[in-house]
Design a binder for this molecule. Structure first.
Ligand SMILES: NC(=O)c1ccc[n+]([C@@H]2O[C@H](COP(=O)([O-])OP(=O)(O)OC[C@H]3O[C@@H](n4cnc5c(N)ncnc54)[C@H](OP(=O)(O)O)[C@@H]3O)[C@@H](O)[C@H]2O)c1
Length: 269
């Protein structure tokens, strides 16, 4: 059933801006790249940051660096592929740091898919991490936010989820699924006090993109991306797509007829 205009107006009024100062933030994929930069930026803005990834020693280093700047962070190692582990992590965070105000499921990865050597297991493994991993985190945290009648989610998807790109069949499909899922659940969660910002980065310099063998237009640093994401969350933006102008170009690409879109991508790639 399509939402009624009255419901839309109510949701519009419920868009929450969040001041990060003093907030308890759970961030996954925090041991490197965008996640690591976000951990520093969140702490710099006064948030109390709970960081999760598999590599505990990297998390501990980040906690120590944040403590050295008088910020507050604690490490809660875990694998987002394991739902029980994510439930345990959320339980540990809330017992030691209090209710999670904001969750940023950011853990994810990328592979170049080769549809000529079709391997469904490879596609499903990317889907399992980039989509399933976020679902596990949300299952662990949403029921608690619903009970409190407030919360904020800012999962990290990608501009690559907007439309098909060469060699991105697995990655793009996983991010597209995530964007679609979040747009849909927002109809249900927003009226119950849970806001969602969908984070769609373009190219950000991280250990993940250091592996890319092609020119990455409008590449920005992880530190810059962390600032843009935190600004967007503090403004309560529904979609945090960056960097400009790549976000606009890719956004416009959504509306191009397929033959035009394919010709442009063929020229650029
Ligand atoms: N860089 C870009 O240009 C770009 C663009 C658009 C979207 N993104 C998205 O941004 C997010 C971060 O990417 P990044 O570039 O910062 O990559 P990255 O440097 O490779 O960081 C990935 C993070 O995810 C964690 N991770 C991976 N598998 C995990 C698992 N099973 N359980 C828990 N944590 C796991 C890694 O930590 P451990 O290995 O320690 O577990 C690491 O902290 C990803 O979702 C990516 O798709 C990146």
């Amino acid at each position: 059933m399509l939402p009624r205009t009255k419901d839309l107006k109510i949701r519009e009024a419920l868009v929450t801006k969040i001041d990060l100062q003093g907030r308890c933030v759970w961030l996954t994929g925090a041991s490197s790249g965008i996640g690591e930069a976000l951990a520093y930026e969140l702490a710099r803005r006064g948030a109390r940051v709970a960081i999760t990834a598999r590599r505990k020693e990297l998390l501990d280093d980040i906690v120590a660096k944040i403590a050295a700047t008088n910020g507050e962070a604690r490490s809660f190692p875990g694998d987002v592929l394991n739902l029980d582990e994510m439930k345990r992590v959320v339980d540990d965070i809330e017992r030691s740091m209090g209710p999670i105000d904001l969750a940023i499921p950011n853990a994810g990865t990328h592979i170049f898919s080769k549809p000529e050597q079709f391997d469904s297991a490879e596609y499903l493994s990317i889907m399992q991490l980039n989509f399933g991993g976020v679902l596990h985190c949300l299952e662990a945290v949403i029921p608690r936010m619903l009970l409190r009648g407030r919360g904020y989610l800012a999962p990290v998807a990608s501009l690559a989820g907007y439309r098909g790109l060469p060699r991105a069949a697995a990655y793009g499909a996983s991010k597209s699924a995530l964007i679609h899922f979040l747009e849909s659940v927002r109809f249900h969660l927003q009226p119950k006090g849970i806001s969602i910002s969908i984070v769609n980065p373009g190219f950000v310099k991280t250990p993940l993109t250091d592996k890319n063998d092609f020119y990455m237009p409008f590449l920005i640093s992880a530190e810059r991306s962390a600032k843009i994401i935190c600004d967007g969350i503090e403004r309560g933006k529904r979609t945090i797509a960056f960097p400009f102008p790549l976000s606009w170009i890719v956004g416009l690409g959504k509306f191009l007829p397929a033959p035009v879109y394919e010709r442009i991508v063929d020229q650029l790639w």
